[in-house]
Design a protein around this ligand. Structure first.
Ligand code: MSP
Length: 639
């Protein structure tokens, strides 16, 4: 029977549409899953959405939707993006699925039976955006979240606790005995020192909101819902049919979780402790990647610079985007997205390197041997090159197994350079001129074999590109071929075919940059913590008025801006442009009262629209318009 491997992405919060960070995690996991299948493992790969908790409840409320309606909408967006990206998931879980509720309640009961859950009162701080509890000493500045910098709220409520402290020693033992359980190493060391610093028991239920899974009926405590991280982590078991006693649970024996560095603590500390309490084996690997910025800046909705993966893939090609993400950053470190860097990699490494190699081979084989490539003499004449390539390919595999996707690709590109270098060095055209056509064919066969090996080993990262290469050389990528030409270093004969260039050159940036006026709509929120102090006189300079939206329409050429006519109790309504199109349904805005910064200097946006003020809103990961508690006269001053 084939060995089993289980690969997971985190499940994505539905308070936000997919962005480059989500695409990155998913593409790494997809590459790994495809690689495991290529190696012949029975592989199960899952992704999905995390739909409960206070953050989602609030995001739905802002949009006048029920949490379920809202979750359905955004979960659908994730799923369709992954389908568009041909992510090879075997299961897409939603934490609102009925079987997941059973898993969570069942796990709660088991942990309780194991003596790991007790009832008490939680008093401390909570960051809704990170869905994390903090003690006062962990906070930064004045009561701000140490992870995201946003203001935390004080929570005092009855809660069930999980005895996390009981597992401190067992966790340390696990880290020490399993070198690659947390990766990369630097991140593992951070986890170890955090745990050695002492673990407190973890609050695992909430009572101040509803949007979550209730405790099992046996607890007879209906006011509690599960803490969203307990709920979310257990998704990895639901997917394998934990409560159904499914034989898919066999995949659990070899589990790899791909996560971002921000959620490593949950996966490397809480999760293994929960699993120990459930008497289940611990994951083989928890691998944490870094974060992306854009053009050197942190991405944020208010800056309008969030990279939309669909847009990049449509403009530059999905596989070019995959290549860039996997190649650009050392695993675990932060990376920067810029069109310039992407174009450079497409034109040089992909176009001049790989694309050029394919066209040369096809060109030479057509000229010298009517597309027939015979490898009979190749091993004899080019043993050194073949052995060198074999070493690079072994390193590529080892790097991918260690999640170092950049090094995996670097090693493959050493083979690309070796093949292109061999053409330059041995000059087959000179051989032909000198009448040594067999020698020239042998060299073409060396290059074709190197390219075939490249196509096979690169196929998890760029499946379609590699299929095209394989078709042009006349073979098919499969586990059998992987074993033969990668592991055994064997050679193939080919009958090649003419083919189109793989990577047409890109001369200019293909996506609009985050446009200045839109980007300047709002400053990055200051998280309520590091604002500079102003005097009352400064404040008096600000005029905020309440007004009613009379008209509202989309601005042509912008997917963010809306154009409003607002009655501020003045002679004429004001025209104001605001970048909230992604957060509000147009039909819900007319007739509504909003707060407007009324003495802001007029400015022209999108080169032709005058905007006479700013509509005020609050940001906490999503966006909510400010308004007054009750309807007031238009023009009323806020102060
Ligand atoms: N719902 C939790 C995960 C629960 S798993 C049991 C969550 N969701 S998330 O949608 O906020 O984030 C999911 C993943 O996206 C994380 O791995 C996170 O690191 C990644 N990214 C979010 N923004 C990112 C960047 N700017 N760059 C890279 N990845 C980032 O956390």
């Amino acid at each position: 029977m084939k060995e089993k491997k289980y690969i997971t992405t985190p499940i994505y919060y539905v308070n936000d549409v997919p962005h480059i960070g989500h695409a990155y995690t998913t593409i790494i996991a997809d590459t790994l899953a495809r690689f495991r299948r290529l190696q012949g493992y029975d592989t199960f790969f899952m992704t999905g959405t995390d739909e409960h908790g206070q953050k989602i409840e609030q995001a739905a409320l802002v949009r006048n939707k029920t949490p379920q309606e809202y979750a359905d909408e955004i979960s659908g967006k994730f799923r369709s993006l992954w389908d568009e990206f041909e992510i090879s998931y075997d299961h897409f879980i939603r934490t609102t699925d009925a079987d997941h509720k059973l898993t969570v309640q069942n796990a709660f009961e088991k942990m309780q039976k194991n003596g790991d859950i007790y009832k008490g009162e939680y008093e401390g701080f909570y960051c809704v955006s990170c869905e994390t509890f903090f003690t006062q000493t962990q906070l930064v500045d004045e009561e701000c979240c140490p992870d995201c910098g946003r203001k935390t709220s004080i929570v005092k409520e009855e809660s069930y606790f999980f005895k996390l402290s009981k597992y401190q020693d067992a966790l340390i033992k696990w880290y020490e005995e399993n070198e690659r359980c947390i990766m990369p190493k630097g991140k593992k060391n951070e986890v170890i020192s955090f745990v050695k610093g002492g673990l407190k028991d973890l609050s695992i239920t909430r009572t101040s909101f509803d949007w979550g899974i209730k405790l099992p009926a046996s607890s007879n405590d209906p006011k509690h819902v599960m803490y969203v991280w307990l709920d979310a982590l257990l998704n990895y078991l639901t997917t394998l049919g934990y409560t159904r006693g499914d034989d898919k649970m066999e995949f659990w024996q070899d589990t790899t979780h791909i996560v971002g560095k921000d959620i490593l603590r949950f996966h490397a500390i809480y999760w293994p402790a929960f699993l120990m309490s459930l008497n289940l084996p611990l994951p083989k690997h928890v691998a944490a990647h870094g974060w992306w910025t854009r053009d050197g800046e942190k991405m944020s909705k208010s800056k309008g610079n969030v990279v939309n993966p669909h847009e990049v893939a449509s403009a530059y090609g999905l596989e070019n985007f995959r290549y860039f993400l996997l190649r650009e950053v050392p695993f675990g470190q932060d990376g920067d997205f810029s069109q310039k860097a992407l174009i450079e990699r497409i034109n040089s490494e992909l176009g001049n390197g790989l694309g050029n190699l394919l066209s040369r081979i096809i060109g030479m084989s057509s000229k010298y041997s009517e597309y027939k490539i015979n490898s009979m003499q190749t091993a004899k004449f080019y043993e050194a090159e073949l052995n060198e390539a074999h070493e690079y390919l072994k390193n590529a595999i080892e790097n991918l197994e260690n999640f170092a996707t950049n090094r995996y690709l670097e090693e493959i590109w050493k083979v690309v350079a070796l093949a292109n270098g061999a053409v330059a060095k041995y000059e087959p055209w000179a051989m032909i001129k000198a009448g040594k056509s067999e020698e020239a064919n042998t060299l073409v066969a060396l290059c074709a074999n190197l390219l075939a090996k490249i196509a096979v080993i690169l196929s998890p990262a760029m499946p379609h590109t590699c299929d095209k290469i394989a078709q042009a050389l006349g073979f098919e990528i499969s586990t059998e071929i992987y074993n033969k030409i990668i592991l055994q270093n064997e050679l193939l004969n080919f009958i090649a075919k003419p083919t189109q260039p793989l990577f047409p050159r890109i001369e200019t940036e293909l996506m609009a940059r985050p446009s200045e006026p839109e980007a300047a709509l709002k400053e990055e929120p200051k998280d309520g913590c590091d604002e500079s102090i102003i005097t009352i006189d400064d404040f008096k300079k600000i005029v905020i008025k309440v007004g009613t939206v009379l008209e509202c329409e989309k601005v042509e050429g912008s997917d963010k801006l809306l154009k409003f006519q607002i009655d501020l109790g003045e002679e004429k309504p004001r025209q104001i442009l605001s970048g909230i199109a992604k957060f509000y349904d147009l039909s819900t805005l007319v007739g509504r009262q909003v707060c407007v910064l009324a003495n802001l200097k007029e400015r022209t946006m999108m080169k032709k629209y005058v905007s006479q003020g700013m509509i005020l809103s609050a940001e906490d990961g999503s966006l909510s318009l400010l308004s007054t508690d009750a309807k007031v006269k238009n023009g009323s001053i806020v102060g």
